[in-house]
Write a protein that binds this ligand. Structure first.
Ligand code: ADP
Ligand code: MG
Ligand code: MG
Length: 943
C-alpha cells in the first residue's frame, strides 16, 4: 500500500482545492503556478490535520519524513540550509483552512534561527541589530504560539530593556541589548516550561506544525465556527503553510505591505493599499508605525511600484475577482505572500461588477452571482455614515433597514400631530397595533422594545420601507409618563435619537447618514438580472403612491392590493362603521353607496399608475371588528358619559340647597350658579347625553356581537362576502367601473380580482355569479367590454387539497403564505414568536422561523402539490405568491425552482427579488440533473 501523501510543494498543490490546501495554501500554489514571485515553500494538507486528531493528537506517521524531504528541496532551490550559520534557511509557518478564520494559530516568522545561526546571520548581513531582533521575535512568538507560554513575561523583559537603554521604540534598541533580551527570553521559557527553546530547526518546525493543528480545536476557533455556522463540509481541519522567509526589514530598499487590486471602498479601478519601508509583515497590521498609501511607492520605489501594477493585473486576470494581497520587498526584489478575494462594501461590489464585465474579466452571469442580496439591501436605504464613530445606546433586532434620526414620541397620535407639523419623529413603543398605523405614516422610523422580526411593527415598517428596530429590550418604556430609560440614560418626548434598522442599533442624538445609491451601476446590474430571470416580480401596494414607487423599483405589476387599507383612511372609517353597524339592508346600502365612488377613484388611480401592467385587487379580507373601536374603549366612554350626566343632576340641586342655608355671604352666589345651570340644562333638555349614550351603547352591542373568540379563523375573507354580498358587490362594481372609465380614456389596464380565504369552489362560484351580473350592468352602462382576470388566494389547507376544482373556475392562484404557514403548522404567528419559536430555533427543532423563511419541506410541498393539481385541470393557470416570503432571497429561489409565474413583495424588496430571481436561474442552469434529484438538494420537497 502506498502511503498517503501529506506534503505538497507550492508547484505541486492544486490551487483550486481549498478544502485540501486551505485558502492561503491554494492561493500560494495558484500564484506560483502562474509565475508570480512567491518565495518557495510547501503545504501540509488538511487531511494530515484530520489524521492528527484521529490519532489522538499525534502527527501522522511519515509526515515529518515528508517534511524533511521538502526542506531538502527548499535548500536545493534556495542554496540556503536549515541551521547553517553561513547561509541559513528561514521559514514562516502559517495556518489556513478552507474558510479564513481568525482565532487559529498566529504565524511564526523566522523559524530556523538558533544561537549559532543568529551569529552567522549577524556576520553575513553585517547587521547585528537585524539578526538579534529577528531572533528575539522568533523566541517570543514561538514561546507564545507554539509552546503556549503567556507572553506577559516577554513584554516585561522588553519594556525593562527599553527603559534601561533609554529607547522609546523597539527599533531604537541596540544589538547588544537585543542579545541580552534573547537570553532573558530563553531563560523565561526554561523557567516557566521546564524545557529549552529548541535549537534544532527541524524540531522547531515539528513543534510548530503540531501547534497549528492543535489550534484548529482551540477555543477561539471552535467558537468562531459555531458562531458563523461553519460545518465540516465547509472547512475540515487546517493546512500548514511553510514558506521561505523574505525580509522587508533589511534596510531602506526593503518594505512590506498589503494591497487591493481595486479600491474596496469605492470600487475604483486603481491599486489601493499601504506599505511600510524597512519593516516586517506583522508591523503593518500591528499598527506600531503608520503605513503610507501605496501610491507613494511611485516616487519612493518606482521600479517596484510598476511591478506591483503588473501583479495587480495578473491577479485579476487569473482570479476574475478583486484580490486582497500581501507583499514584501527584500532588497529591491518583490515577493507576493498571500492573496484572497477582496471584501468590499456594497457600492464597490456593484461598481466592480459592472466594470469587470466591461473589461471582460467577468461575464454578466458571474457579475450577478457575486452580489449578495444583503449587499443590495444596503444600497437601497439610507445608512449610518461609516465615518461617524459613535457608540450605540442600545441594540435591538434589525427589522427593516435604513437609518433615520428624529424626536422621540411615545404614541401614534403624537407622531401624527408632530409629523404633520413637519417635525422628524421616531415612534417608540413597547409594541405596536393596527390602530397605530396613522403614526407610522408620519414617523421616520419605528422602535419597539418587544417583538420579533415578524411583529406588527416590523411587518408594517418593511411594507412602508421605513427603518425599524424591534425587540430592543434594553429600553424600558413608560408609555403613560412618556419617557424611557436605556442603560441608565433617560429619554423624554422630544429627545433626538437615531435608529439604524440595518444593524438594530439605536444612538443618542443625530448621527450623520448617507443617501441610498440607486445609481447607474446598480441600474445596469438589475437590468442584467431582468434579462436572465424567468420568475416575474411584482409588488404589494395598496395606494397609488406605493404603486408608483413599486414601478420605479422595477415591479412588473401589483400582486396584492389590499382594499382594507383604503377603508382605514380617516374620511372613510366613519362610513365603513355605518356600513358595519347598519341594522337594515337599506341602511347598509346607504353607507355602501357612499363608499362606492371612493373605492372607484382609488382603483382608477392605481390602475392607471400601473398602466400596461397587471394589478391584483383583493376583495375585503379582515374581520369587520378591526374597523370598530374596542370594547374597552367603548365601555370607558360610556361610563364617563354616565358620570357626567349624574354630576350634572347633582349640580342642579345646589341653588335649592343654598336657599335652605340663610347665609347672606353665600346667597350672592346663587344667580351665577343659576346662570351656568341654565346653559347646562339646555344640553339636558335636548337630551344630547341620552342620544350619545344610546349611540355608544348601540355600537357596544354591535361590537360585542361581531367579536369572535378567534377572529383570524372567524368571520373574514370570502365568508364575510357571502354573508354581506353588498360589500363584495360594491367592490366588484368599483373595480369594473374604474376599469370601464379608464378603457374609455384609452388607458391600457389589466385588472385582476382576487378572493381571499377561499376553501371551496362553491364560494368562488357564488362570487363569480355576482361578478357576471355586475359586469353585464357595467358593460351596458358604458357600452364597452371589460376584460379582467379572476383568481383566488391559496391560504387555507383545504383550498390546496381542492386545487383542481378551484382552478376550473379561476385564471390564477396566489399563495398567501403567511396564513398558509399558520394553517400548515397550526401555529398562531404572534403567539409562536412570542412564546416558543425562539426556543425551537435554539434547540434546532426548527431551523428557521417559518414566517420569515418559507418552510420548503412542509408549506413548500403543499404549494407544489397545489400547483400541479391546479395546472392539471387548468393548464393556463397562473400561479404567484404574495406575502412577506415573496421578498426573502431563499424563498424567492424556491419559488423559481417550483416554477411559479411571479413573486410579489413590498416595493422596497423588489430589487432584491429581481436579483435573487436571476441568481436562482443561473444557479439552476449550473446544476446538473442528478443534483436536482438528490434528497439533500435544498429545494427538493419530496424528501
Ligand atoms: P494572517 O493570516 O494573519 O494574515 P499570515 O500567515 O499571512 O497571517 O502572516 C502574517 C504576516 O507575516 C503577514 O504580514 C505576512 O505577509 C507575513 N509573512 C508570512 N510569511 C512570510 C514569509 N515567508 N516571509 C515574510 N513575511 C511573511
Ligand atoms: Mg494571523
Ligand atoms: Mg495574511
Amino acid at each position: 500500500m502506498k502511503a498517503t501523501k501529506y506534503v505538497y510543494s507550492f508547484e505541486e498543490a492544486d490551487g483550486r482545492n481549498k478544502q485540501r490546501f486551505g485558502g492561503k495554501g491554494a492561493g500560494l500554489a495558484e500564484m506560483t503556478r502562474i509565475g508570480l514571485p512567491v518565495p518557495p515553500g510547501f503545504v501540509i494538507t488538511t487531511e494530515a490535520c484530520q489524521e492528527y486528531y484521529a490519532n489522538g493528537r499525534k502527527l501522522p506517521k511519515g509526515l515529518m519524513r515528508e517534511v524533511e524531504e521538502h526542506i531538502k528541496r527548499l535548500e536545493k532551490k534556495t542554496g540556503k540550509f536549515f541551521g547553517k550559520p553561513e547561509s541559513p534557511l528561514f521559514v514562516s509557518v502559517r495556518s489556513g483552512s478552507a474558510i479564513s478564520m481568525p482565532g487559529m494559530m498566529d504565524t511564526i516568522l523566522n523559524l530556523g534561527l538558533n544561537d549559532g545561526v543568529v551569529q552567522g546571520l549577524a556576520k553575513a548581513t553585517q547587521n547585528g541589530r537585524f539578526a538579534y531582533d529577528a531572533y528575539r521575535r522568533l523566541i517570543q512568538l514561538f514561546g507564545k504560539v507554539a509552546m503556549g507560554l503567556d507572553d506577559t513575561d516577554f513584554d516585561v523583559i522588553l519594556r525593562e530593556a527599553k527603559k534601561r537603554s533609554g529607547a522609546k521604540l523597539d527599533t531604537e534598541l541596540q544589538s547588544k541589548t537585543l542579545v541580552g533580551i534573547c537570553q532573558d527570553y530563553k531563560r523565561v521559557i526554561k523557567k516557566e516550561l521546564g524545557r529549552e527553546f529548541p535549537q534544532n530547526p527541524l524540531k522547531q518546525l515539528e513543534i510548530a506544525i503540531e501547534a497549528v493543528f492543535g489550534s484548529w480545536m482551540g477555543k477561539r476557533a471552535v467558537d468562531y465556527r459555531k458562531e458563523f455556522k461553519i460545518t465540516p463540509d465547509m472547512a475540515n481541519g487546517t493546512a500548514v503553510n511553510v514558506c521561505t522567509m523574505v525580509f522587508g526589514n533589511m534596510g531602506s530598499d526593503s518594505a512590506t505591505g498589503v494591497a487591493f487590486t481595486r479600491d474596496p471602498g469605492t470600487g475604483e479601478n486603481v491599486l489601493f493599499g499601504e506599505y511600510l519601508v524597512n519593516a516586517q509583515g506583522e508591523d503593518v497590521v500591528a499598527g506600531i508605525r503608520t503605513p503610507k498609501p501605496v501610491l507613494q511607492m511611485k516616487d519612493e520605489m518606482p521600479e517596484q511600484y510598476k511591478e506591483l501594477e503588473k501583479v495587480r493585473h495578473i491577479l485579476e486576470k487569473h482570479f476574475h475577482e478583486v484580490q486582497d494581497f500581501e507583499f514584501t520587498i527584500e532588497r529591491g526584489k518583490l515577493y507576493i505572500l498571500q492573496t484572497r478575494n477582496g471584501k468590499m462594501n456594497a457600492a464597490a461590489l456593484v461598481k466592480t461588477s459592472r466594470d469587470m464585465v466591461k473589461e471582460k474579466l467577468l461575464t454578466k452571469e458571474e457579475a450577478l452571482l457575486r452580489i449578495t442580496p444583503d449587499h443590495l439591501e444596503q444600497l437601497l436605504h439610507r445608512r449610518i455614515d461609516q465615518k461617524a464613530e459613535v457608540k450605540p445606546l442600545a441594540q435591538g433586532i434589525p427589522a427593516s433597514p435604513g437609518a433615520a434620526h428624529g424626536k422621540v414620541v411615545f404614541d401614534a397620535d403624537q407622531a401624527e400631530r408632530r409629523g404633520m407639523l413637519g417635525e422628524n419623529v421616531i415612534l417608540v413603543r413597547e409594541e405596536t397595533k393596527p390602530e397605530d398605523i396613522h403614526g407610522f405614516f408620519r414617523a421616520r422610523a419605528i422602535l419597539t422594545s418587544r417583538g420579533g422580526k415578524t411583529s406588527h411593527a416590523a411587518v408594517v415598517a418593511r411594507g412602508m420601507g421605513k427603518p425599524c428596530v424591534v425587540g430592543c429590550e434594553e429600553i424600558a418604556i413608560d408609555e403613560r409618563n412618556k419617557m424611557a430609560t436605556v442603560n441608565g440614560h433617560r429619554l423624554v418626548e422630544g429627545d433626538v435619537i437615531t435608529v439604524d434598522g440595518a444593524t438594530g442599533c439605536v444612538y443618542e442624538g443625530e448621527v450623520p447618514t448617507v443617501e441610498p445609491e440607486f445609481g447607474p451601476d446598480l441600474k445596469t446590474t438589475l437590468k442584467w438580472a431582468d434579462e436572465v430571470r424567468t420568475l416575474g416580480v411584482r409588488a404589494n401596494a395598496d395606494t397609488h403612491k406605493d404603486a408608483a414607487m413599486a414601478r420605479k423599483l422595477g415591479a412588473e405589476g401589483i400582486g396584492l392590493c389590499r382594499t382594507e387599507r383604503m377603508f382605514n383612511a380617516a374620511d372613510r372609517l366613519p362610513i365603513v362603521r355605518e356600513m358595519i353597524l347598519a341594522d337594515t339592508a337599506k341602511e347598509r346600502q346607504e353607507a355602501i353607496d357612499k363608499l362606492l365612488p371612493m373605492q372607484k377613484s382609488d382603483f382608477k388611480k392605481i390602475l392607471s399608475r400601473m398602466q400596461g401592467l397587471p394589478v391584483t385587487i383583493r376583495l375585503l379580507d379582515p374581520p369587520l371588528h378591526e374597523f370598530l373601536p374596542s370594547v374597552e374603549s367603548l365601555v370607558w366612554e360610556i361610563e364617563r358619559l354616565r358620570e357626567v350626566k349624574k354630576s350634572l343632576q347633582q349640580i342642579e340641586t345646589i341653588p335649592d340647597s343654598f336657599k335652605v342655608i340663610i347665609e347672606p355671604t353665600l346667597q350672592k352666589y346663587v344667580p351665577p350658579i343659576k346662570h351656568v345651570l341654565g346653559e347646562l340644562s339646555q344640553i339636558k333638555e335636548k337630551e344630547l347625553f341620552d342620544e350619545l349614550l344610546q349611540k355608544k351603547e348601540d355600537i357596544l352591542r354591535k361590537v360585542r356581537e361581531t367579536s369572535e373568540v378567534n377572529p383570524m379563523l372567524g368571520h373574514r375573507g370570502v365568508r364575510l362576502g357571502i354573508k354581506y354580498p353588498e360589500i363584495y358587490k360594491m367592490q366588484i362594481q368599483a373595480v369594473l367601473e374604474a376599469s370601464a372609465e379608464l378603457i374609455k380614456e384609452g388607458i391600457d389596464i389589466l385588472p385582476e380580482i382576487m378572493v381571499p380565504q377561499v376553501c371551496t369552489a362553491q364560494e368562488l362560484k357564488q362570487v363569480h355569479k355576482w361578478m357576471d351580473e355586475i359586469r353585464g350592468i357595467v358593460e351596458k352602462k358604458y357600452g364597452i367590454c371589460v376584460l379582467f382576470q379572476f383568481g383566488t388566494m391559496i391560504e387555507v389547507v383545504r383550498a390546496c387539497m381542492r386545487a383542481g376544482k378551484l382552478a376550473e373556475v379561476t385564471n390564477f392562484f396566489s399563495f398567501g403564505t403567511n396564513d398558509l404557514t399558520q394553517a400548515t403548522f397550526s401555529f398562531s404567528r404572534e403567539d409562536a414568536e412570542k412564546k416558543f419559536l425562539p426556543l425551537y430555533n435554539e434547540m434546532q427543532i426548527l431551523m428557521d422561523n417559518p414566517f420569515e423563511i418559507l418552510d420548503i419541506k412542509g408549506v413548500g410541498r403543499l404549494m407544489k402539490i397545489t400547483m400541479e393539481w391546479g395546472k392539471r385541470s387548468n393548464p393556463k393557470l397562473k400561479v404567484g405568491i404574495c406575502g412577506e416570503h415573496g421578498g426573502n432571497p431563499r424563498s424567492v429561489e424556491f419559488c423559481h425552482t417550483l416554477g411559479l409565474d411571479y413573486v410579489s413583495c413590498s416595493p422596497y424588496r423588489v430589487p432584491v427579488a429581481r436579483l435573487t430571481a436571476a441568481q436562482a436561474k443561473l444557479r439552476e442552469t449550473r446544476r446538473d440533473k442528478t443534483e436536482l434529484e438528490d434528497p439533500d438538494y435544498p429545494f427538493n420537497v419530496f424528501f
